[in-house]
Design a protein around this ligand. Structure first.
Ligand code: ZN
Length: 159
C-alpha cells in the first residue's frame, strides 16, 4: 500500500465527473487499498477517488461506527429527513462549514467483487455518503455551505 497525495481545492480534477468502474483490476484494488490508507493517515472519515487524482466512481468511508465501507459506482436511491451540521473535507484543509444533508440515505453500490449491495446510513454515515457521492459528480461541499466557511482553529477556540 502507499499513501497518495490528496488534491486540494482549486485543483481542476476535483470539479470533473467520475466514470464508473467496470472491473476491479489489480490496479483498481491497489487504488482502493491506497485510498483507505490515505484516509486513515489524514484522519479523514471518507475519501473519494478524484481526491487522489483518479476520475473513477470509488468511495471509502469510516465514520468510526465499527465498519469500513467501500462503495463502487454508488447511487443514492432514497433520501429522508434532514440534518444540519459541521462538515469538513481533506481537500479543503483547515476549514469547516455548516451543511444540511438528508438524515437517512439508501444507496446501492458494488463491492470489490463487483457484487451489488444496498447500504442504509443515518446521521454521520448518511452525511459522509452524500459528501463523498458529491465528489464523484465533481462537487465540493463548499458549494453547499450555509453562511461562511470557517477556520477549524477558530472553531476549536470557541469550544
Ligand atoms: Zn470531501
Amino acid at each position: 500500500m502507499a499513501l497518495r497525495q490528496v488534491r486540494i481545492i482549486g485543483d481542476e480534477i476535483l470539479y470533473k465527473k467520475c466514470k464508473p468502474v467496470k472491473e476491479v483490476t489489480p490496479r483498481i484494488q491497489q487504488l482502493i487499498d491506497d485510498m483507505f490508507e490515505t484516509m486513515y493517515e489524514n484522519c479523514g472519515v471518507g475519501l473519494a477517488a478524484p481526491q487522489v487524482g483518479v476520475l473513477r466512481q470509488i468511495v471509502v468511508i469510516d465514520v468510526e461506527d465499527g465498519d469500513q465501507y467501500l462503495l463502487i459506482n454508488p447511487e443514492i436511491l432514497e433520501e429522508e429527513g434532514s440534518q444540519t451540521g459541521q462538515e469538513g473535507c481533506l481537500s479543503v484543509p483547515g476549514k469547516a462549514g455548516v451543511v444540511t444533508r438528508p438524515d437517512r440515505v439508501r444507496v446501492r453500490a458494488y463491492d470489490e467483487h463487483m457484487e451489488p449491495f444496498i447500504l442504509e446510513g443515518e446521521g454521520m454515515l448518511a452525511r459522509a455518503i452524500c459528501h463523498e457521492c458529491d465528489h464523484l459528480k465533481g462537487e465540493l461541499y463548499v458549494s453547499h455551505v450555509e453562511g461562511e466557511l470557517q477556520d477549524v482553529e477558530d472553531l476549536e477556540e470557541e469550544e
